[in-house]
Design a protein around this ligand. Structure first.
Ligand SMILES: [Zn+2]
Ligand SMILES: [Zn+2]
Length: 308
């Protein structure tokens, strides 16, 4: 092709129409080709270099994620294995039952009390708050107004409570996720660990897994049993059964029946040992026993409508 084009462009004397000798033209074209190849080579090298830099950055990112995951796991395996002190009833001093229908908040002081103690107090003819002797609210409207009043003065528990109410839409307040997040974030900043559990649940529903994980870790290392259970569920979903068992053993030993059942399920599927289950069962039974009292049992038999 090149030869034929060259022949066509050469004049009768062998020179080209513009007077250039064919040999000069060939050399010029060869030089241009060489320059083009050099240019392409340079571009290829730049592309390769770019790819390499991107791969290095990705490697660095993964390495730092791995380091952070290891740091968090170590933190979780060494913290939050016991229920926090404020997870016990201030009247009878027993750890609260995990069934939320068996305890209540008093809006006068925002103290959480087991219904066993409240019932005992009623039986002694005391209708007021067993902790601060504040007046009992007449109805749900007055109850939430009292909580709001305390939240307005910056009471962390009241702010957290309102955040939970906005999340679910109760006491006549419309469910409002933005408001719930705002109040729960504030409560978490003020030191209410339970707020982290609720924030994690909101982010779970919104599919924000990084934020969800961050809040559940914060709650679990402070001894929140539900957050600990959820972390086990996340590992279970990732088929990381060994770590799921580690988390669930901790929450089962804090008396969470769901975690015990989850380990049993893993044992039946061959992903946990008999020793894992036996250890969790012993821990669970001991924790469950600590949460019991005759007053609590009696209160549990009353209809839910008898309480706020
Ligand atoms: Zn109590
Ligand atoms: Zn009170």
């Amino acid at each position: 092709m090149m030869k034929s084009e060259m022949a066509d462009s050469a004049g009768p004397s062998g020179s080209t129409c513009d007077g250039t000798e064919p040999i000069e033209l060939i050399m010029k074209m060869a030089q241009e080709l060489e320059e083009l190849e050099l240019e392409n080579k340079k571009t290829d090298n730049e592309l390769l270099l770019g790819k390499l830099e991107r791969a290095e950055r990705e490697h660095e990112r993964l390495l730092s994620e791995l380091k952070e995951a290891k740091r968090l796991h170590k933190l979780l395996m060494t913290n939050g294995h016991e229920r926090p002190e404020d997870d016990s009833c201030p009247i009878c001093d027993l750890p609260f039952p995990h069934d939320a229908s068996l305890w209540m908040y008093w809006p006068c002081c925002m103290k959480k009390m087991c219904k066993g103690c409240v019932l005992k107090s009623y039986k002694h003819g005391i209708d007021d708050c067993p902790f601060c002797r504040g007046k009992q609210p007449k109805d749900k409207g007055q109850f939430i107004a009292m909580v709001q009043k305390r939240a307005d003065t910056g009471d962390p528990e009241a702010i957290c409570y309102l955040g939970a109410v906005y999340r679910e839409g109760r006491y006549g307040l419309k469910a409002d996720n933005a408001m719930a997040k705002k109040m729960l974030t504030k409560a978490a900043e003020l030191g209410v660990k339970f707020a982290h559990l609720l924030l994690g649940q909101i982010y779970y529903c919104e599919g924000e897994s990084a934020k969800m994980h961050k809040h559940w870790v914060a709650a679990a290392i402070s001894g929140d049993v539900y957050a600990r259970h959820q972390l086990g569920c996340m590992d279970y979903d990732d088929e990381n059964y060994g770590r799921a068992v580690q988390h669930w053993k901790i929450s089962a030993k804090m008396g969470l029946e769901g975690s015990l059942n989850a380990i049993k399920d893993l044992f039946l599927k061959g992903h946990a040992t008999k020793m894992d289950y036996a250890e969790a069962l012993r821990g669970y039974q001991s924790a469950a026993e600590e949460m019991k009292s005759p007053e609590r049992r009696e209160a549990s038999l009353l209809p839910a409508g008898d309480w706020f």
